[in-house]
Ligand binder design. Sequence first.
Ligand code: ACO
Ligand SMILES: O=CC(=O)O
Ligand code: MG
Length: 532
Amino acid sequence: MSQETKQEFQLRAELEPEFKEILTEDALSFVEGICRSFEVRRQALLKRRQIRQQEIDNGVLPTFLESTKHIREADWKIAPLPKDLQDRRVEITGPVERKMVINALNSGAHVFMADFEDANAPTWRNTIQGQVNLRDAIRRTITFKNEKNGKTYQLNEKTATLVVRPRGWHLEEKNITLHGQPVSASLVDFGLYMYHNAEELRKRGTGPYFYLPKMESHLEARLWNDVFVYAQKELGIPKGTIKATVLIETILASFEMDEILFELKDHSAGLNCGRWDYIFSYLKRFRNHPDVILPDRAQVTMTSPFMRAYSLLTIKTCHRRGAPAIGGMAAQIPVKGDEQKNAEAFEKVRLDKEREARDGHDGTWVAHPALVPVAKEVFNQYMPTPNQIDKKREDVEVSAKDLIEVPNGSITEEGLRMNISVGIQYIASWLNGNGAAPINHLMEDAATAEISRAQVWQWIRHPKGVLTDGRKITRELVDRIQEEEMFTMRFDLGEERFTTGKFAEASELFTTLIEEDEFVEFLTLPGYQLLN
Ligand SMILES: CC(=O)SCCNC(=O)CCNC(=O)[C@H](O)C(C)(C)COP(=O)(O)OP(=O)(O)OC[C@H]1O[C@@H](n2cnc3c(N)ncnc32)[C@H](O)[C@@H]1OP(=O)(O)O
Ligand SMILES: O=CC(=O)O
Ligand SMILES: [Mg+2]
Protein backbone atom coordinates (compact mmCIF):
# COMPACT_ATOMS: atom_id res chain seq x y z
CA MET A 1 0.00 0.00 0.00
CA SER A 2 1.23 3.51 -0.79
CA GLN A 3 1.66 6.06 2.01
CA GLU A 4 -1.34 7.99 0.76
CA THR A 5 -3.51 4.88 0.58
CA LYS A 6 -2.54 3.89 4.10
CA GLN A 7 -3.81 7.19 5.40
CA GLU A 8 -7.11 6.78 3.65
CA PHE A 9 -7.69 3.12 4.41
CA GLN A 10 -6.94 2.42 8.03
CA LEU A 11 -7.02 -0.47 10.40
CA ARG A 12 -7.85 0.94 13.79
CA ALA A 13 -7.68 -2.10 16.04
CA GLU A 14 -4.85 -3.74 17.94
CA LEU A 15 -3.93 -7.08 16.41
CA GLU A 16 -3.21 -10.26 18.32
CA PRO A 17 -0.60 -12.49 16.64
CA GLU A 18 -3.22 -14.81 15.10
CA PHE A 19 -5.28 -11.90 13.80
CA LYS A 20 -2.23 -10.66 11.91
CA GLU A 21 -2.43 -13.83 9.83
CA ILE A 22 -5.90 -12.72 8.66
CA LEU A 23 -5.31 -8.98 8.36
CA THR A 24 -2.21 -9.22 6.21
CA GLU A 25 -1.22 -6.34 3.99
CA ASP A 26 -2.36 -8.20 0.88
CA ALA A 27 -5.70 -9.27 2.37
CA LEU A 28 -6.39 -5.71 3.50
CA SER A 29 -5.44 -4.38 0.12
CA PHE A 30 -7.97 -6.77 -1.47
CA VAL A 31 -10.69 -5.60 0.95
CA GLU A 32 -9.72 -1.99 0.30
CA GLY A 33 -10.16 -2.46 -3.44
CA ILE A 34 -13.65 -3.85 -2.94
CA CYS A 35 -14.64 -1.09 -0.53
CA ARG A 36 -13.33 1.63 -2.84
CA SER A 37 -15.18 0.17 -5.80
CA PHE A 38 -18.58 -0.34 -4.20
CA GLU A 39 -19.06 1.96 -1.19
CA VAL A 40 -20.78 4.76 -3.11
CA ARG A 41 -23.33 2.33 -4.53
CA ARG A 42 -23.92 0.75 -1.12
CA GLN A 43 -24.68 4.17 0.35
CA ALA A 44 -27.03 5.00 -2.53
CA LEU A 45 -28.93 1.75 -2.03
CA LEU A 46 -29.29 2.37 1.69
CA LYS A 47 -30.66 5.81 0.87
CA ARG A 48 -33.10 4.16 -1.51
CA ARG A 49 -34.43 2.07 1.38
CA GLN A 50 -35.34 5.28 3.20
CA ILE A 51 -37.09 6.69 0.16
CA ARG A 52 -39.05 3.47 -0.23
CA GLN A 53 -40.06 3.71 3.41
CA GLN A 54 -41.37 7.24 2.87
CA GLU A 55 -43.41 6.02 -0.08
CA ILE A 56 -44.93 3.21 1.97
CA ASP A 57 -45.66 5.67 4.78
CA ASN A 58 -47.50 7.75 2.18
CA GLY A 59 -49.63 4.78 1.15
CA VAL A 60 -47.74 3.43 -1.89
CA LEU A 61 -47.97 -0.29 -1.15
CA PRO A 62 -45.45 -2.79 -2.55
CA THR A 63 -46.29 -4.42 -5.83
CA PHE A 64 -44.59 -6.48 -8.52
CA LEU A 65 -42.46 -4.10 -10.58
CA GLU A 66 -43.70 -2.98 -13.99
CA SER A 67 -40.15 -2.16 -15.12
CA THR A 68 -38.98 -5.77 -14.70
CA LYS A 69 -42.03 -7.56 -16.05
CA HIS A 70 -39.96 -8.82 -18.99
CA ILE A 71 -37.64 -10.64 -16.57
CA ARG A 72 -40.55 -12.30 -14.79
CA GLU A 73 -42.13 -13.34 -18.07
CA ALA A 74 -39.03 -14.54 -19.91
CA ASP A 75 -37.75 -18.09 -19.82
CA TRP A 76 -34.32 -18.37 -18.20
CA LYS A 77 -32.62 -20.47 -15.57
CA ILE A 78 -29.80 -20.01 -13.10
CA ALA A 79 -26.43 -21.59 -13.95
CA PRO A 80 -26.07 -25.29 -12.97
CA LEU A 81 -25.45 -25.94 -9.27
CA PRO A 82 -22.15 -27.44 -8.10
CA LYS A 83 -22.39 -31.02 -6.89
CA ASP A 84 -22.08 -30.19 -3.19
CA LEU A 85 -25.03 -27.78 -3.34
CA GLN A 86 -27.45 -30.11 -5.05
CA ASP A 87 -28.65 -31.92 -1.96
CA ARG A 88 -29.20 -29.50 0.90
CA ARG A 89 -31.96 -31.26 2.78
CA VAL A 90 -30.69 -30.24 6.21
CA GLU A 91 -28.72 -27.09 6.91
CA ILE A 92 -27.51 -26.25 10.40
CA THR A 93 -26.74 -22.66 11.28
CA GLY A 94 -24.66 -21.15 14.03
CA PRO A 95 -22.17 -18.47 14.96
CA VAL A 96 -18.56 -18.65 13.80
CA GLU A 97 -17.39 -19.60 17.30
CA ARG A 98 -14.62 -22.24 17.25
CA LYS A 99 -16.29 -25.10 19.11
CA MET A 100 -19.61 -24.56 17.37
CA VAL A 101 -17.98 -24.51 13.95
CA ILE A 102 -16.56 -27.98 14.64
CA ASN A 103 -19.84 -29.26 16.10
CA ALA A 104 -21.87 -27.91 13.19
CA LEU A 105 -19.55 -29.33 10.54
CA ASN A 106 -19.72 -32.70 12.33
CA SER A 107 -23.49 -32.58 12.91
CA GLY A 108 -24.56 -34.77 10.00
CA ALA A 109 -26.24 -31.82 8.28
CA HIS A 110 -25.57 -31.41 4.55
CA VAL A 111 -24.69 -27.74 4.88
CA PHE A 112 -23.40 -25.56 7.70
CA MET A 113 -24.22 -21.88 7.45
CA ALA A 114 -21.47 -20.16 9.42
CA ASP A 115 -22.92 -16.90 10.59
CA PHE A 116 -21.18 -13.53 10.86
CA GLU A 117 -24.67 -12.03 10.91
CA ASP A 118 -27.62 -12.45 13.28
CA ALA A 119 -26.25 -15.34 15.36
CA ASN A 120 -23.04 -13.42 15.91
CA ALA A 121 -22.49 -10.28 17.98
CA PRO A 122 -19.97 -8.47 15.76
CA THR A 123 -17.27 -7.66 18.28
CA TRP A 124 -13.89 -7.28 16.65
CA ARG A 125 -12.76 -10.45 18.41
CA ASN A 126 -15.75 -12.51 17.24
CA THR A 127 -15.38 -11.20 13.72
CA ILE A 128 -11.68 -11.86 13.20
CA GLN A 129 -11.55 -15.01 15.34
CA GLY A 130 -14.43 -16.23 13.18
CA GLN A 131 -12.25 -15.79 10.11
CA VAL A 132 -9.43 -17.71 11.84
CA ASN A 133 -11.88 -20.50 12.71
CA LEU A 134 -13.19 -20.82 9.17
CA ARG A 135 -9.69 -20.75 7.68
CA ASP A 136 -8.67 -23.60 9.98
CA ALA A 137 -11.89 -25.52 9.37
CA ILE A 138 -11.41 -25.39 5.60
CA ARG A 139 -7.83 -26.69 5.96
CA ARG A 140 -9.06 -29.29 8.47
CA THR A 141 -6.55 -28.14 11.10
CA ILE A 142 -9.21 -26.81 13.45
CA THR A 143 -9.22 -28.26 16.98
CA PHE A 144 -10.62 -27.08 20.29
CA LYS A 145 -10.24 -28.04 23.92
CA ASN A 146 -12.84 -27.10 26.50
CA GLU A 147 -10.65 -26.17 29.46
CA LYS A 148 -13.57 -26.60 31.89
CA ASN A 149 -14.25 -30.28 31.20
CA GLY A 150 -11.25 -31.35 29.15
CA LYS A 151 -13.39 -32.31 26.12
CA THR A 152 -11.51 -32.05 22.85
CA TYR A 153 -12.89 -31.43 19.39
CA GLN A 154 -11.75 -32.15 15.85
CA LEU A 155 -13.39 -32.66 12.49
CA ASN A 156 -14.95 -35.95 11.44
CA GLU A 157 -14.00 -37.57 8.16
CA LYS A 158 -17.24 -36.40 6.57
CA THR A 159 -18.34 -32.84 7.20
CA ALA A 160 -21.07 -30.48 6.02
CA THR A 161 -20.60 -28.17 3.04
CA LEU A 162 -19.58 -24.75 4.33
CA VAL A 163 -21.64 -21.68 3.44
CA VAL A 164 -20.84 -18.30 5.00
CA ARG A 165 -23.27 -15.51 5.85
CA PRO A 166 -21.56 -12.09 5.89
CA ARG A 167 -23.19 -9.17 7.67
CA GLY A 168 -25.91 -7.23 5.81
CA TRP A 169 -25.52 -4.10 3.68
CA HIS A 170 -26.67 -1.81 6.51
CA LEU A 171 -23.84 -2.74 8.89
CA GLU A 172 -20.43 -1.17 9.17
CA GLU A 173 -17.08 -2.32 10.54
CA LYS A 174 -15.80 0.47 12.75
CA ASN A 175 -12.29 -0.97 13.10
CA ILE A 176 -11.51 -0.38 9.44
CA THR A 177 -12.08 3.04 7.90
CA LEU A 178 -11.92 4.56 4.46
CA HIS A 179 -11.50 8.35 4.38
CA GLY A 180 -12.20 8.26 8.11
CA GLN A 181 -15.57 6.47 7.69
CA PRO A 182 -16.28 2.88 8.80
CA VAL A 183 -16.35 0.50 5.85
CA SER A 184 -19.08 -1.95 4.87
CA ALA A 185 -19.15 -4.93 7.24
CA SER A 186 -20.49 -7.13 4.41
CA LEU A 187 -17.44 -6.39 2.31
CA VAL A 188 -15.03 -7.00 5.19
CA ASP A 189 -16.56 -10.40 6.01
CA PHE A 190 -16.82 -11.37 2.37
CA GLY A 191 -13.44 -9.97 1.35
CA LEU A 192 -11.39 -11.58 4.10
CA TYR A 193 -13.10 -14.94 3.63
CA MET A 194 -12.63 -14.85 -0.13
CA TYR A 195 -9.03 -13.74 0.01
CA HIS A 196 -7.92 -16.47 2.38
CA ASN A 197 -10.09 -19.35 1.24
CA ALA A 198 -11.43 -19.16 -2.30
CA GLU A 199 -8.49 -20.97 -3.88
CA GLU A 200 -8.19 -23.50 -1.06
CA LEU A 201 -11.90 -24.34 -1.28
CA ARG A 202 -11.60 -24.87 -5.01
CA LYS A 203 -8.62 -27.17 -4.55
CA ARG A 204 -10.68 -29.23 -2.14
CA GLY A 205 -13.48 -29.66 -4.66
CA THR A 206 -15.92 -27.17 -3.19
CA GLY A 207 -16.11 -23.37 -3.50
CA PRO A 208 -16.70 -20.02 -1.86
CA TYR A 209 -20.38 -20.25 -1.01
CA PHE A 210 -22.44 -17.52 0.67
CA TYR A 211 -25.81 -16.76 2.19
CA LEU A 212 -26.80 -13.14 1.55
CA PRO A 213 -29.01 -11.53 4.21
CA LYS A 214 -31.62 -8.79 4.46
CA MET A 215 -31.72 -7.51 0.89
CA GLU A 216 -34.60 -5.26 -0.04
CA SER A 217 -34.38 -5.17 -3.84
CA HIS A 218 -32.87 -6.72 -6.93
CA LEU A 219 -30.56 -3.70 -7.18
CA GLU A 220 -28.98 -4.78 -3.92
CA ALA A 221 -28.54 -8.25 -5.42
CA ARG A 222 -26.94 -6.63 -8.48
CA LEU A 223 -24.44 -4.95 -6.17
CA TRP A 224 -23.49 -8.33 -4.66
CA ASN A 225 -23.18 -9.80 -8.13
CA ASP A 226 -20.84 -7.01 -9.20
CA VAL A 227 -18.78 -7.53 -6.04
CA PHE A 228 -18.51 -11.23 -6.93
CA VAL A 229 -17.40 -10.49 -10.50
CA TYR A 230 -14.80 -8.03 -9.22
CA ALA A 231 -13.47 -10.40 -6.53
CA GLN A 232 -13.21 -13.38 -8.86
CA LYS A 233 -11.34 -11.29 -11.41
CA GLU A 234 -8.93 -9.89 -8.81
CA LEU A 235 -8.21 -13.38 -7.49
CA GLY A 236 -7.96 -14.96 -10.92
CA ILE A 237 -10.87 -17.32 -10.28
CA PRO A 238 -13.38 -18.22 -13.01
CA LYS A 239 -16.58 -16.18 -13.11
CA GLY A 240 -19.41 -18.18 -11.56
CA THR A 241 -17.23 -19.94 -8.96
CA ILE A 242 -18.93 -18.10 -6.13
CA LYS A 243 -22.42 -19.39 -5.33
CA ALA A 244 -24.85 -17.42 -3.22
CA THR A 245 -28.23 -18.21 -1.70
CA VAL A 246 -30.30 -15.12 -1.03
CA LEU A 247 -32.44 -14.97 2.07
CA ILE A 248 -35.86 -13.68 1.16
CA GLU A 249 -36.41 -12.05 4.48
CA THR A 250 -37.76 -8.61 3.73
CA ILE A 251 -41.26 -7.90 2.59
CA LEU A 252 -40.00 -5.87 -0.37
CA ALA A 253 -37.68 -8.63 -1.61
CA SER A 254 -40.65 -11.00 -1.81
CA PHE A 255 -41.94 -8.84 -4.67
CA GLU A 256 -38.62 -9.19 -6.54
CA MET A 257 -37.67 -12.86 -6.22
CA ASP A 258 -37.39 -13.50 -9.95
CA GLU A 259 -35.37 -10.34 -10.39
CA ILE A 260 -33.00 -11.26 -7.54
CA LEU A 261 -32.37 -14.70 -9.04
CA PHE A 262 -31.86 -13.07 -12.43
CA GLU A 263 -29.29 -10.56 -11.17
CA LEU A 264 -27.29 -13.33 -9.55
CA LYS A 265 -28.02 -16.04 -12.09
CA ASP A 266 -24.37 -16.95 -12.78
CA HIS A 267 -23.73 -17.09 -9.05
CA SER A 268 -27.08 -18.17 -7.68
CA ALA A 269 -27.68 -21.12 -5.40
CA GLY A 270 -31.34 -20.25 -4.92
CA LEU A 271 -33.39 -18.58 -2.23
CA ASN A 272 -34.21 -19.25 1.40
CA CYS A 273 -37.20 -18.22 3.49
CA GLY A 274 -35.73 -16.16 6.32
CA ARG A 275 -39.00 -16.16 8.20
CA TRP A 276 -37.97 -14.25 11.33
CA ASP A 277 -36.51 -11.23 9.60
CA TYR A 278 -39.42 -11.38 7.19
CA ILE A 279 -41.88 -10.87 10.04
CA PHE A 280 -39.69 -8.08 11.39
CA SER A 281 -39.48 -6.44 7.97
CA TYR A 282 -43.27 -6.61 7.57
CA LEU A 283 -43.68 -4.88 10.93
CA LYS A 284 -41.00 -2.34 10.14
CA ARG A 285 -42.04 -1.32 6.66
CA PHE A 286 -45.75 -1.02 7.58
CA ARG A 287 -45.05 0.53 10.95
CA ASN A 288 -46.90 3.71 10.15
CA HIS A 289 -50.03 1.91 8.93
CA PRO A 290 -52.35 1.70 11.94
CA ASP A 291 -54.27 -1.24 10.44
CA VAL A 292 -51.20 -3.44 10.02
CA ILE A 293 -50.93 -4.82 13.49
CA LEU A 294 -49.60 -8.25 14.32
CA PRO A 295 -50.86 -10.43 17.18
CA ASP A 296 -48.57 -12.04 19.79
CA ARG A 297 -45.29 -13.18 18.28
CA ALA A 298 -46.16 -16.80 19.05
CA GLN A 299 -49.30 -16.53 16.90
CA VAL A 300 -47.47 -15.40 13.77
CA THR A 301 -46.48 -18.70 12.23
CA MET A 302 -45.71 -20.16 8.83
CA THR A 303 -49.39 -21.05 8.52
CA SER A 304 -50.46 -17.40 8.84
CA PRO A 305 -51.82 -16.64 5.36
CA PHE A 306 -49.23 -13.95 4.48
CA MET A 307 -46.35 -16.22 5.56
CA ARG A 308 -47.75 -19.19 3.69
CA ALA A 309 -48.18 -17.09 0.55
CA TYR A 310 -44.55 -16.01 0.75
CA SER A 311 -43.10 -19.47 1.22
CA LEU A 312 -45.17 -20.98 -1.60
CA LEU A 313 -44.21 -18.13 -3.92
CA THR A 314 -40.54 -18.71 -3.06
CA ILE A 315 -40.83 -22.38 -4.03
CA LYS A 316 -42.69 -21.67 -7.27
CA THR A 317 -40.30 -18.90 -8.29
CA CYS A 318 -37.16 -20.88 -7.54
CA HIS A 319 -38.26 -24.09 -9.21
CA ARG A 320 -39.22 -22.31 -12.42
CA ARG A 321 -35.63 -21.03 -12.55
CA GLY A 322 -33.95 -24.33 -11.70
CA ALA A 323 -33.04 -23.01 -8.27
CA PRO A 324 -33.40 -24.58 -4.82
CA ALA A 325 -35.87 -23.05 -2.37
CA ILE A 326 -34.63 -23.67 1.15
CA GLY A 327 -37.01 -23.46 4.09
CA GLY A 328 -36.52 -21.62 7.36
CA MET A 329 -35.73 -21.93 11.00
CA ALA A 330 -38.07 -23.43 13.56
CA ALA A 331 -37.04 -21.72 16.79
CA GLN A 332 -37.47 -24.75 19.07
CA ILE A 333 -34.35 -26.28 20.59
CA PRO A 334 -34.03 -29.24 22.97
CA VAL A 335 -35.51 -28.74 26.44
CA LYS A 336 -33.12 -30.09 29.01
CA GLY A 337 -34.51 -31.93 32.04
CA ASP A 338 -38.15 -32.09 30.91
CA GLU A 339 -38.94 -35.04 28.67
CA GLN A 340 -42.50 -33.99 27.96
CA LYS A 341 -41.56 -30.45 26.91
CA ASN A 342 -38.63 -31.78 24.93
CA ALA A 343 -40.89 -34.16 23.02
CA GLU A 344 -43.30 -31.29 22.31
CA ALA A 345 -40.47 -29.12 20.98
CA PHE A 346 -39.24 -31.90 18.68
CA GLU A 347 -42.78 -32.51 17.46
CA LYS A 348 -43.18 -28.82 16.59
CA VAL A 349 -39.98 -28.93 14.57
CA ARG A 350 -41.05 -32.15 12.87
CA LEU A 351 -44.40 -30.66 11.83
CA ASP A 352 -42.73 -27.52 10.54
CA LYS A 353 -40.28 -29.54 8.43
CA GLU A 354 -43.05 -31.80 7.20
CA ARG A 355 -45.04 -28.83 5.88
CA GLU A 356 -41.92 -27.48 4.17
CA ALA A 357 -41.00 -30.80 2.57
CA ARG A 358 -44.54 -31.46 1.36
CA ASP A 359 -44.89 -27.93 -0.03
CA GLY A 360 -41.78 -28.41 -2.15
CA HIS A 361 -38.89 -26.86 -0.25
CA ASP A 362 -35.56 -28.48 -1.17
CA GLY A 363 -34.15 -28.40 2.33
CA THR A 364 -34.48 -26.64 5.63
CA TRP A 365 -32.69 -25.03 8.55
CA VAL A 366 -32.15 -26.30 12.07
CA ALA A 367 -30.62 -24.42 14.99
CA HIS A 368 -29.19 -27.32 16.97
CA PRO A 369 -27.35 -30.59 16.17
CA ALA A 370 -30.01 -32.63 18.00
CA LEU A 371 -32.54 -31.49 15.42
CA VAL A 372 -30.57 -32.63 12.39
CA PRO A 373 -31.99 -36.20 12.51
CA VAL A 374 -35.54 -34.87 12.88
CA ALA A 375 -35.34 -32.73 9.76
CA LYS A 376 -33.40 -35.40 7.88
CA GLU A 377 -35.97 -38.08 8.57
CA VAL A 378 -38.79 -35.86 7.31
CA PHE A 379 -36.99 -34.82 4.13
CA ASN A 380 -35.84 -38.37 3.47
CA GLN A 381 -39.47 -39.46 3.67
CA TYR A 382 -40.94 -36.76 1.42
CA MET A 383 -37.96 -36.02 -0.82
CA PRO A 384 -36.38 -39.25 -2.16
CA THR A 385 -34.40 -37.25 -4.75
CA PRO A 386 -31.50 -34.85 -3.92
CA ASN A 387 -33.91 -31.94 -4.30
CA GLN A 388 -37.42 -31.40 -5.64
CA ILE A 389 -36.77 -28.63 -8.13
CA ASP A 390 -38.88 -30.65 -10.59
CA LYS A 391 -41.93 -30.00 -8.43
CA LYS A 392 -42.93 -26.82 -10.24
CA ARG A 393 -45.92 -25.81 -8.10
CA GLU A 394 -47.65 -24.21 -11.06
CA ASP A 395 -50.85 -24.55 -9.07
CA VAL A 396 -49.66 -21.79 -6.71
CA GLU A 397 -51.11 -18.33 -7.36
CA VAL A 398 -49.94 -15.55 -5.07
CA SER A 399 -51.03 -11.93 -5.47
CA ALA A 400 -49.52 -8.76 -4.05
CA LYS A 401 -52.53 -8.61 -1.72
CA ASP A 402 -51.82 -12.14 -0.41
CA LEU A 403 -48.24 -11.16 0.48
CA ILE A 404 -49.32 -8.29 2.69
CA GLU A 405 -52.53 -9.66 4.18
CA VAL A 406 -52.71 -8.81 7.87
CA PRO A 407 -53.10 -11.96 10.01
CA ASN A 408 -55.75 -12.33 12.69
CA GLY A 409 -55.02 -13.06 16.31
CA SER A 410 -54.87 -11.48 19.72
CA ILE A 411 -52.44 -9.51 21.83
CA THR A 412 -52.14 -10.82 25.36
CA GLU A 413 -50.38 -9.50 28.44
CA GLU A 414 -48.26 -12.67 28.33
CA GLY A 415 -47.22 -11.84 24.75
CA LEU A 416 -46.35 -8.26 25.68
CA ARG A 417 -44.42 -9.41 28.74
CA MET A 418 -42.56 -11.98 26.68
CA ASN A 419 -41.54 -9.42 24.07
CA ILE A 420 -40.19 -7.08 26.74
CA SER A 421 -38.39 -9.76 28.72
CA VAL A 422 -36.97 -11.70 25.78
CA GLY A 423 -36.00 -8.50 23.96
CA ILE A 424 -33.98 -7.29 26.95
CA GLN A 425 -32.45 -10.70 27.69
CA TYR A 426 -31.35 -11.08 24.10
CA ILE A 427 -29.85 -7.58 23.90
CA ALA A 428 -27.94 -8.29 27.14
CA SER A 429 -26.57 -11.49 25.63
CA TRP A 430 -25.60 -9.65 22.44
CA LEU A 431 -23.86 -6.86 24.38
CA ASN A 432 -21.86 -9.60 26.11
CA GLY A 433 -20.72 -10.90 22.75
CA ASN A 434 -23.22 -13.80 22.29
CA GLY A 435 -25.40 -13.31 19.24
CA ALA A 436 -27.42 -16.52 19.68
CA ALA A 437 -29.02 -17.43 22.98
CA PRO A 438 -31.41 -20.02 24.34
CA ILE A 439 -34.25 -18.12 26.04
CA ASN A 440 -37.38 -19.93 27.29
CA HIS A 441 -36.25 -23.00 25.30
CA LEU A 442 -36.26 -21.12 22.01
CA MET A 443 -33.37 -20.06 19.83
CA GLU A 444 -33.16 -16.27 19.90
CA ASP A 445 -31.02 -14.24 17.57
CA ALA A 446 -31.01 -10.65 16.35
CA ALA A 447 -33.94 -11.24 13.98
CA THR A 448 -36.23 -12.71 16.63
CA ALA A 449 -35.34 -9.92 19.08
CA GLU A 450 -36.14 -7.34 16.40
CA ILE A 451 -39.69 -8.70 16.23
CA SER A 452 -40.09 -8.31 19.99
CA ARG A 453 -39.10 -4.68 20.12
CA ALA A 454 -40.90 -3.77 16.87
CA GLN A 455 -44.16 -5.21 18.19
CA VAL A 456 -43.96 -3.20 21.41
CA TRP A 457 -43.21 -0.03 19.38
CA GLN A 458 -46.22 -0.69 17.18
CA TRP A 459 -48.64 -1.71 19.92
CA ILE A 460 -47.94 1.47 21.90
CA ARG A 461 -48.54 3.70 18.92
CA HIS A 462 -51.57 2.28 17.17
CA PRO A 463 -55.18 2.28 18.38
CA LYS A 464 -55.44 -1.47 17.73
CA GLY A 465 -52.63 -2.15 20.21
CA VAL A 466 -55.13 -3.40 22.79
CA LEU A 467 -54.81 -6.40 25.10
CA THR A 468 -57.45 -9.15 25.12
CA ASP A 469 -58.69 -7.80 28.48
CA GLY A 470 -59.43 -4.41 26.86
CA ARG A 471 -56.44 -2.45 28.19
CA LYS A 472 -54.72 -0.16 25.68
CA ILE A 473 -50.97 -0.78 25.51
CA THR A 474 -49.34 2.47 26.60
CA ARG A 475 -45.86 3.66 27.51
CA GLU A 476 -46.90 3.56 31.16
CA LEU A 477 -48.03 -0.06 30.95
CA VAL A 478 -44.84 -1.05 29.14
CA ASP A 479 -42.74 0.83 31.72
CA ARG A 480 -44.46 -1.01 34.54
CA ILE A 481 -44.04 -4.44 32.95
CA GLN A 482 -40.43 -3.65 32.04
CA GLU A 483 -39.74 -2.75 35.66
CA GLU A 484 -41.36 -5.98 36.87
CA GLU A 485 -39.48 -8.09 34.34
CA MET A 486 -36.19 -6.43 35.27
CA PHE A 487 -36.92 -7.18 38.92
CA THR A 488 -37.56 -10.84 38.07
CA MET A 489 -34.33 -11.08 36.06
CA ARG A 490 -32.34 -9.50 38.89
CA PHE A 491 -33.95 -11.85 41.41
CA ASP A 492 -33.42 -14.98 39.26
CA LEU A 493 -29.83 -14.19 38.29
CA GLY A 494 -28.51 -12.65 41.49
CA GLU A 495 -26.86 -9.24 41.79
CA GLU A 496 -23.48 -10.16 40.36
CA ARG A 497 -24.69 -11.93 37.22
CA PHE A 498 -27.30 -9.25 36.68
CA THR A 499 -24.69 -6.48 36.78
CA THR A 500 -21.96 -8.19 34.78
CA GLY A 501 -24.60 -9.46 32.35
CA LYS A 502 -25.27 -5.89 31.14
CA PHE A 503 -29.02 -6.13 31.79
CA ALA A 504 -29.30 -2.48 32.80
CA GLU A 505 -27.60 -1.38 29.55
CA ALA A 506 -29.86 -3.73 27.59
CA SER A 507 -32.96 -2.34 29.25
CA GLU A 508 -31.82 1.19 28.44
CA LEU A 509 -31.31 0.31 24.78
CA PHE A 510 -34.69 -1.45 24.69
CA THR A 511 -36.32 1.69 26.10
CA THR A 512 -34.67 3.85 23.43
CA LEU A 513 -35.88 1.49 20.72
CA ILE A 514 -39.50 1.68 21.79
CA GLU A 515 -39.43 5.38 22.78
CA GLU A 516 -38.02 6.88 19.59
CA ASP A 517 -40.87 7.92 17.31
CA GLU A 518 -38.48 7.55 14.37
CA PHE A 519 -38.30 3.75 14.25
CA VAL A 520 -34.69 2.57 14.57
CA GLU A 521 -33.95 0.59 11.39
CA PHE A 522 -32.02 -2.20 13.17
CA LEU A 523 -31.33 -2.65 16.88
CA THR A 524 -27.82 -3.72 15.98
CA LEU A 525 -27.04 -0.20 14.73
CA PRO A 526 -27.21 1.59 18.11
CA GLY A 527 -26.15 -1.71 19.72
CA TYR A 528 -22.91 -1.74 17.75
CA GLN A 529 -21.88 1.58 19.29
CA LEU A 530 -21.87 -0.22 22.66
CA LEU A 531 -19.89 -3.26 21.48
CA ASN A 532 -16.11 -3.54 21.77
C1 ACO B 1 -33.39 -16.15 12.39
C2 ACO B 1 -32.05 -16.69 11.99
O1 ACO B 1 -31.23 -16.00 11.46
S1 ACO B 1 -31.71 -18.30 12.39
C3 ACO B 1 -29.99 -18.51 12.09
C4 ACO B 1 -29.16 -17.83 13.07
N1 ACO B 1 -29.28 -18.40 14.40
C5 ACO B 1 -28.51 -19.45 14.76
O2 ACO B 1 -27.69 -19.88 13.98
C6 ACO B 1 -28.65 -20.03 16.14
C7 ACO B 1 -28.05 -21.41 16.18
N2 ACO B 1 -28.18 -22.05 17.46
C8 ACO B 1 -27.39 -21.75 18.48
O3 ACO B 1 -26.56 -20.87 18.41
C9 ACO B 1 -27.51 -22.60 19.72
O4 ACO B 1 -28.25 -23.75 19.45
C10 ACO B 1 -28.19 -21.90 20.93
C11 ACO B 1 -27.35 -20.71 21.34
C12 ACO B 1 -29.59 -21.45 20.60
C13 ACO B 1 -28.24 -22.92 22.08
O5 ACO B 1 -26.92 -23.37 22.30
P1 ACO B 1 -26.51 -24.13 23.65
O6 ACO B 1 -27.08 -23.40 24.80
O7 ACO B 1 -25.03 -24.34 23.61
O8 ACO B 1 -27.26 -25.49 23.50
P2 ACO B 1 -26.89 -26.88 24.16
O9 ACO B 1 -26.27 -26.70 25.50
O10 ACO B 1 -28.11 -27.72 24.08
O11 ACO B 1 -25.82 -27.47 23.16
C14 ACO B 1 -25.35 -28.80 23.22
C15 ACO B 1 -24.17 -28.92 22.31
O12 ACO B 1 -24.56 -28.62 20.98
C16 ACO B 1 -23.77 -27.57 20.47
N3 ACO B 1 -24.60 -26.73 19.62
C17 ACO B 1 -25.82 -26.21 19.89
N4 ACO B 1 -26.28 -25.53 18.83
C18 ACO B 1 -25.33 -25.63 17.88
C19 ACO B 1 -25.23 -25.13 16.56
N5 ACO B 1 -26.21 -24.42 16.02
N6 ACO B 1 -24.12 -25.40 15.87
C20 ACO B 1 -23.12 -26.14 16.41
N7 ACO B 1 -23.16 -26.66 17.66
C21 ACO B 1 -24.26 -26.39 18.38
C22 ACO B 1 -23.28 -26.82 21.66
O13 ACO B 1 -22.12 -26.08 21.31
C23 ACO B 1 -23.05 -27.93 22.64
O14 ACO B 1 -21.82 -28.54 22.33
P3 ACO B 1 -20.97 -29.40 23.43
O15 ACO B 1 -21.89 -30.43 23.96
O16 ACO B 1 -19.86 -29.96 22.62
O17 ACO B 1 -20.52 -28.42 24.47
O1 LIG C 1 -32.20 -15.45 8.73
C1 LIG C 1 -33.20 -16.04 8.94
C2 LIG C 1 -34.41 -15.45 9.44
O2 LIG C 1 -35.37 -16.19 9.67
O3 LIG C 1 -34.40 -14.23 9.64
MG1 MG D 1 -32.52 -13.32 9.08
